[in-house]
Design a protein around this ligand. Structure first.
Ligand SMILES: CC(=O)SCCNC(=O)CCNC(=O)[C@H](O)C(C)(C)COP(=O)(O)OP(=O)(O)OC[C@H]1O[C@@H](n2cnc3c(N)ncnc32)[C@H](O)[C@@H]1OP(=O)(O)O
Ligand SMILES: O=CC(=O)O
Ligand SMILES: [Mg+2]
Length: 530
């Protein structure tokens, strides 16, 4: 690295694991130290600003497109960087945790992009964090092939998908690494290690280091990410603008700053995507105290309800105005063993993708290889040989703040089945997460951190507004725990119950379930430092 050594080192507090030294080399730790040193304090300020904004909105301040950045929106001259190699055509993207089996399957799936997800799809155990980095490095070096003990072979194909890495969000820390007496911010770890080991290798292979940046709340956070990219590129002597990053719009406040987010990242932007599950969670979390934001059961908040249509409409308009890809929402169906149910679910996925393609999206996401062909067929139908439809811009009409915020009066009050469904999804997801699995198939759907957040936040919101009784929730909780325990005797029922109580039944809604659950349950630091 060209610049002088940082004053302070990063310490590894975890016990050494298999091949961890390949990732946690002195030079890689030095790289992390520089990033942690440069951005640790700013992260804290931005998290404080998140809390201040949450308080302002909870106490009735209006949410609107910011006046202070009106000039950015009004300036017609700027565009984001042209699509980078491997990201021109994104008609199908697949997401999944960065374990070896998923990696090979995703890279071979026929999707154009694999979003390797350390955020919603990964329970951040230390083994998963470092194991994920080893997976990525091995995939890029084409040393990922393996055979299972049962003899099933995993071989990387000739034309793998382009890799896009989604680091954990800024609200999370990595407790197994310490800098300056404090844990290193988790996104610095996930991005930094991948960047250090793989950026140049990706460039040599004709791509670049590409990222997806989760759970941003405003333009200042986009600016922070941009500065991280600038420093990371400078430190490794990589030309500025090599990095590209897609930002999922998955908070209600970010929806009001889409254009500004593109602007801040314009040199490194790979557009926006519709992170619609976290978006719903954000709506509940941000306006959970207000009766006019009371949401019905999850199944009733479809992609076609007016406020969700307004959100995706704004996303496509904004992206195409600035020459940026607009990527649709991820389809969460997991094909099972019931052909009839699968056919119905696939028809629904097709309809959703058709709507997105017609609305102007340039591609969309799926959570399972079994959905790749549906998504591809739909986008093939609209795009043909063209890699995208960035030329489709919209001058007609516009999306207002009221369009984005008119949530009330969809659906009726939750049924007992709706309450039970949220409780059971949260419990089963918490159990999987505590055992190191960040995404699971439950009742035909992929559930991950975002949907677990929706499930527990809805229970909290319904209790808050007394549309359900606490006694009923406690009864159903007991029944669901008992049923789950009977079928899964190894389940960590006490921890799961405690997680549910802390995150769904507390007087105030915790902002995320993950930071506290991580510290209490996933951190493994031996007494003696390595
Ligand atoms: C923008 C966003 O919303 S990001 C969403 C974040 N969430 C995710 O990324 C979760 C993605 N999905 C998954 O992780 C998985 O589909 C799960 C965990 C939900 C279900 O996985 P499984 O229980 O293994 O499903 P299933 O048994 O149907 O899998 C069949 C095969 O497909 C593979 N597969 C399933 N999902 C994926 C995936 N997303 N990527 C790659 N391969 C996959 C499995 O590895 C398995 O392969 P194998 O035959 O080689 O063993
Ligand atoms: O990250 C994606 C989402 O829907 O949330
Ligand atoms: Mg999300």
């Amino acid at each position: 690295m060209p610049t002088s050594a940082p004053a302070r080192p990063v310490h590894v507090l975890a016990a050494p694991g298999d091949r961890h030294d390949r990732i946690l080399s002195p030079a890689a730790l030095d790289f992390l130290a520089r990033l942690a040193e440069a951005f640790g304090d700013r992260r804290e300020q931005l998290l404080k600003e998140r809390r201040r904004q949450a308080i302002r909105l909870a106490s009735g301040s209006p949410l609107d497109f910011p006046l202070t950045s009106a000039a950015v929106r009004a300036d017609p001259t700027w565009r984001v960087a042209a699509p980078a190699p491997g990201l021109e055509d994104r008609r199908v993207e697949i997401t999944g945790p960065p374990d070896r089996r998923t990696a090979v399957d995703a890279l071979n799936s026929g999707a154009r992009v694999w979003m390797a997800d350390f955020a919603d799809a990964t329970a951040p155990t230390w083994d998963n964090v470092i194991g994920g980095q080893l997976t990525l490095l091995d995939a890029i070096e084409r040393r990922i092939d393996f055979t299972t003990p049962e003899g099933k072979e995993y071989r990387l194909g000739e034309h793998p998908a382009t890799i896009m890495v989604r680091p954990r969000g800024w609200h999370l820390l990595e407790e197994h690494l310490e800098f300056d007496g404090r844990p290193v911010p988790a996104p610095v770890v996930d991005l930094g290690l991948y960047f250090f080991h793989c950026a140049q290798r990706q460039i040599d292979a004709g791509h670049g280091p590409y990222f997806c940046l989760p759970k941003l709340e405003n333009r200042y956070e986009a600016r922070l990410w941009n500065d991280v990219f600038v420093l990371a590129q400078d430190l490794l002597g990589i030309p500025r603008g090599t990095v590209r990053a897609t930002v999922p719009i998955e908070t209600i406040t970010a929806a009001f700053e889409m254009e500004e987010i593109l602007y801040e990242l314009r040199e490194h932007s790979a557009g926006l995507d519709a992170g619609r599950r976290d978006y719903l969670f954000s709506l509940i979390k941000t306006f959970g105290h207000r009766t006019d934001f009371l949401l019905p059961e999850r199944a009733q908040v479809t992609t076609t309800v007016p406020f969700m249509r307004a959100y995706t409409d704004l996303l496509v308009r904004t992206c195409h105005k600035r020459g940026a890809h607009a990527i649709g929402g991820m389809a969460a169906h997991v094909p099972g063993k019931d052909p009839e149910a699968d056919a119905a679910a696939l028809a629904e996925v097709r309809l959703d993708k058709e709507r997105e393609a017609e609305d102007g999206f340039d591609g969309s996401g799926v959570a399972h290889p079994g959905l790749v062909s549906v998504c591809r067929e739909v986008f093939d139908g609209v795009l043909g040989e063209r890699p995208h439809q960035l030329d489709r811009t919209r001058e007609d009409g516009h999306v207002t703040a009221a369009d984005l915020l008119s949530v009330r009066r969809i659906g009726g009050p939750p049924t007992e089945q709706g309450v039970r469904s949220n409780i059971t999804v949260a419990l089963r997801y918490f159990d999987a997460w505590l055992r190191g699995q960040g995404a699971v198939a439950l009742y035909g759907l992929m559930e991950d951190a975002a949907t677990a957040e929706i499930a527990r936040a809805q229970i909290w919101q319904w209790l808050r507004h007394r549309v359900i009784d606490r006694e009923d929730v406690l009864r159903i909780l007991g029944e669901e725990l008992a049923a789950f325990g009977a079928r899964h005797p190894w389940a960590a029922l006490d921890e799961v119950r405690e997680l549910f109580e802390r995150n769904a039944l507390a007087p105030e809604l915790p902002l995320f379930f993950t930071p506290d659950a991580y510290t209490r349950h996933l951190v493994r630091i031996p007494q003696v430092r390595s």
